[in-house]
Design a binder for this molecule. Sequence first.
Ligand SMILES: [Zn+2]
Length: 329
Amino acid sequence: MLAASAVVGVRAQQSAGPAALRAEWPRTWKVEGIEILQVQKNIYMLAGAGGNVTIQVGDEGVAMVDSGSPGMAEKILAAVGQVTRKPVRFLINTNADPDHVAGNGPIVTASGGTRGPTADAAPAGAGGRPQNVGVLTIAHENAFNRLTAGIKGLPPITGDALPESTFFTPQKDFYSNGEGVQLFFQPKAHSDGDVMVFFRGSDVVSTGDVFRTDGYPVIDSAQGGSIQGELDALNSILDITIPERNQMGGTRVVPGHGHICNEADIVEYRDMVTIIRDRVRDLMKKGMTLQQVKAARPTLEYDGLYGRRKEWTGDMFIEAIYKDLSARK
Ligand SMILES: [Zn+2]
């Protein structure tokens, strides 16, 4: 793990953009407007349906991470059908945002409905649905509670759309298609229900919205997010990732939004978030108001890369850090 350093600005300029990565990715195709990229071994990324969707494919079926925005489920399933004819068996929600969970219901229903957490223990064909049919949907308990209460942009979730298995421990794991799959809870980062999914055999981590290449991390304070939890989450990605050589290759990272990355990209992003947090904190120590901190432009050299989303601008990121640090004093 590299320390935060002054080279980050230069690194940001050199960062491989989507075009460069696409050239590096031989297996890329598009169906129904959804781009399908083979990330590494059994893992594929589906982009263009809201939050990135990650799928692990194999003889046992599909383990899916996130289910896209409202109205995208059919397209996601069509894209999955280009990779494998096997049904979806696991669905993990990395948070409770509409662009990560809206497809839950239609995808689970189309895949045979929900399957109880103990389904695999039942003898094949015993009572009710035959084995190998149905989906086990998994989310952190905090995300589950938000889904049942109703989230912004979606009514309370019920039926097949509701995760059947929840957890409140730091980790949860299961085995799928011959590889261990680990879920890591990230407390108070983007929200209070973030989960990262690590496919150990394929060496791919799907981060959800604690990491995104298209903008600053969204600290959703209304959903329990915090700047320190966000930095902790970025560091826990770095605990998992191992570069192959020259900082390239090795563990692949699928962000919540944006393009596939490797460890060097996470280091650069973590350093960017750290630098901006430190600047805001230093300006606050001088007694500056929120308006004065914003006017000092602590995100200046990063806005070209990360400040282009109108839903989450540099000013909004600064404000989230300011309010979080103020509340902590
Ligand atoms: Zn998202």
